[in-house]
Design a protein around this ligand. Sequence first.
Ligand code: GUN
Ligand code: ZN
Length: 435
Amino acid sequence: PETNTNRPKILLGQTLAFDGSPFDTGVDAARYERRGAVAVVDGKIAKSGNADDIRNHFPDAETVDYGGYLILAGFIDAHVHYPQTAMIASWGKRLIDWLNTYTFPEESKFGDRAYADDIAGRHLDITLTHGTTTVASFCTSHPESAEAFFAAAKARNMRVAGGKTCMDRNAPDTLCDTPQRAYDESAALIAKWHGRGRAVYAVTPRFSPTSTPEQLAAMGALWAENPTTLMQTHLSEQVDEIEWVKSLYPTARDYLDTYEAHGLLGPGAMFGHAIHLEDRERDRLHEAGAALIHCPTSNCFIGSGLFDMGGLMAAGHLVGLATDTGGGSSFSMLRTMAAAYDIAQLRGTALHPSQLIWLATVGSARAMRMAHQIGNLEQGLEADLTILNLASTPAIAQRHAMADDIWEALFPTIMMGDDRAIADVWVAGTRVEKL
Ligand code: GUN
Ligand code: ZN
């Protein structure tokens, strides 16, 4: 990558940012400039807005003219499993069989640091080519896998969250730790990586079926001792899974209670999927300020169910958007927005393009407690940017040509776009050279 200099850079193009949430104040929450610009100084956004204003503010800046392309905050994928990169699109199973048949055998390879390095680098490179500048990733239960992930992110200067995936039952022996090992290994990783450069640690119990109550308690204690870390896990993804949880935790009031009872519910908790929720769970998630992470391509691919985006957003829940690679069937947050649109349609809600983009940027940033750092074009945020070509294929271009406003111009790329729509990506104020 190019070295950062103090000389300001100005990126010219169409720009789209948010002053508020389009789920609260509608499309007025979006700040769109047809002739816009983003000024970048020392890796951060110094200013964004109208191109002429920005150029007057920074007369000595080097300019990069993106013409009619659309400059956005980089996409934020709030729930991935980087170790599942190589086994994405594995056929024919639902959650528990999919884990046993495909996932656990692949994850078993990550005690080998060289393999973990290879896949971690591959994952982040694929991610960048799709315009995603931040991920929250599960690693495997091997500390080596987390080391590899954080090292690969550091080499690319990417803001990421990640954690060793803890499990001590209902998985192959090679993947099982113990409550004590989970605690000790996670604590050592926190000491080494949490807050180092752009990395954040996420305490990561895989999900209640693969942890004993003792392990969940150890994770809860560790999180309480390190309150600035995140906590990521899975919640109520499939109906059979919920029945299994109830049999494993007979005294729990519901699935969420298995986490809540062990100190794993609060601000900074990120629950992947959260599809089949009971009323008590919805209320508690909201009260506790925990985030729900919607993984729509995964929910279709593994046959999990239809997330209630309309209802949850109307109730004021904190929601992020994610691919859930490799349960998800795409690395693309554009494809993921399209799947979120489709699922909401099946539930009677039409998500506006502004809401879809907001979920993939500000929404995920808020879910990861990083909205003061990334996810928007506000002054002071880190300059992680994605530049979209809104006419990247003949099929998209011919629809784009008929558009009357930015939303109509953008929506075909949301619905039909992929990595071909990603014209450029900037990470912390530096253009990514090889996309
Ligand atoms: N639940 C527990 N582990 C996993 C996983 O790796 N992927 C998905 N989609 N769900 C899970
Ligand atoms: Zn997952």
